[in-house]
Design a protein around this ligand. Structure first.
Ligand SMILES: [Zn+2]
Length: 433
């Protein structure tokens, strides 16, 4: 990774927001939250495999003016470990993992037409371009994906779907994204595509990333000015950190799972006898900034001290505190992620990093230290978070210096210390259909 001296930090976001990724069993809880008018996210990302299962949630989200984004699973369909029966559901799927050579002009048309048909039938307001994972700069997928994306826009427009936005999932190995020339290539490619937003999947990056990866990621995003807003996907607390530091404009998050992007996990065939739809039960514990196994959470919340430290304090989320947290872990997790995002989003960008460090990262470090006193496995997470805090502090200082340098000379001496005024969270944008 190049050093921070080359950072341009030229991001000027047109939009900000939080997307939630809808897991196999998340639809019931999300339906209820929409009915209660408690879901204040920008949009929901729907997995193409579960199109029918999530149909009613899609309709409710649509009526509530939330964006409904179809994830075509094109990336996964090109990976060897995703040959389970559920991956055969999308009409554009093929029996064997797809390779670039499969995409002849006829097959590109067939694939795009099937996706457009699904967008129309499912009344999606957004669709992810059927893009693939780029392991290196010279990947043959780059050209194929550009053709797929251009044709997708053309066919959407031709079927009266010009208002459907295209989100481009940029799934790429870190060695390409953390390298200046790699980013320059990606920018050239993206600048020529008819897309509305870019969402990043960096291999590997996420909640379990250490301070070096987080620094590399944030600095790379600062030096990745695009015409489109930039989102980080599947990154958990690291995604929030990136948003706080102005590295990304939007955050996409799973609810109880999916806090990191790692293709080796996607490629791994599901365990024999196990169901890919029933991962271990987990819940998001805000105080710790991470998801925790349900049994571990129950043990943490088993003592009076534990309840005081880690239980949900929001009476509109969990009126009976820890009991509700454990009983309805999906609802709590969705609302907890939304709360942390909203707390950051309502802080002006110029003081967002400072706010994140003081009011979110600091308390999370304290709570991880308390958790590790009774549950030693949290020791590692605590040490990592302390190190991340130092890294973020350094990046925040760098950001401050660069902002100051960009101000006109006449203003530099009369810097007004940013006040602690917190903006009201703006009403959700209508998605402009
Ligand atoms: Zn709660």
């Amino acid at each position: 990774m190049s050093t921070s001296k080359v950072i341009s930090m030229a991001r000027t976001p047109a939009r900000e927001g939080l997307y939630l990724r809808v897991g196999y069993n998340d639809h019931t809880g999300l339906n209820r939250l929409i009915a209660e008018r408690k879901l204040r996210v920008e949009g929901l990302a729907f997995d193409a495999r579960w199109n029918d299962r999530h149909a009613s949630l899609r309709q409710h989200a649509d009526r509530a003016s939330l964006a409904t984004c179809l994830d075509t699973q094109a990336m996964e369909l090109a990976m060897p470990g995703t040959a389970s029966s559920s991956y055969r559901e999308p009409p554009w799927a093929t029996p064997a993992p797809q390779v670039p050579e499969d995409f002849s002009p006829q097959n590109i048309e067939r694939c795009v037409d099937a996706i457009v048909e699904r967008v129309v039938d499912g009344q999606y307001s957004e669709v992810m371009a059927p893009a693939h994972y780029l392991a290196e700069e010279g990947s043959a997928w780059i050209d194929v994906d550009a053709q797929l994306t251009r044709l997708l826009r053309t066919r959407l427009n031709a079927t009266d779907q010009a208002n459907v936005k295209i989100i481009y999932p940029l799934a790429v190995h870190h060695k390409v994204f953390y390298d200046r020339s790699g980013r320059a290539l990606l920018r050239r490619v993206l600048s020529r595509l008819p897309i509305d937003l870019v969402t990043l999947r960096i291999q590997p990056f996420g909640n379990d990333s250490g301070p070096r990866a987080l620094r590399n990621f944030i600095e790379a995003c600062w030096d990745f000015p695009l015409e489109n807003p930039l989102m980080i996907e599947r990154a958990g607390f690291s995604g929030l950190a990136a948003f706080a530091l102005g590295a990304v404009d939007l955050v996409e998050s799973g609810i109880t799972v999916g806090d990191s992007f790692n293709i080796s996990r996607i490629q791994k065939p599901p365990a024999r006898g196990g169901s890919s739809f029933s991962p271990p039960k987990r819940l998001y514990v805000e105080a710790l900034g991470t998801t925790v196994d349900h049994k571990v959470a129950a043990a943490l919340l088993g003592s009076n001290r534990g309840k005081a430290y880690f239980a949900c304090k929001d009476p509109t989320c969990c009126p009976n505190g820890y009991r509700d947290m454990l009983a309805d872990h999906r609802r709590h997790s969705a609302l907890a992620r939304q709360r942390q995002y909203i707390e950051l989003a309502r802080v002006p960008r110029t003081i967002r990093a400072e706010h994140f460090l003081q009011h979110i990262v600091g308390p999370v470090c304290d709570m991880l230290s308390r958790a590790s006193a009774t549950h030693p496995p949290f020791n590692g997470a605590h040490r990592r978070m302390m190190s991340i805090k130092e890294t973020l502090l350094d990046l925040q200082q760098e950001q401050k210096r660069q902002r100051e340098e960009r101000r006109p000379k006449s203003e530099q001496q009369t810097t007004v210390r940013p006040g602690a005024k917190i903006l009201e969270f703006p009403p959700r944008d209508s998605r402009g259909r």
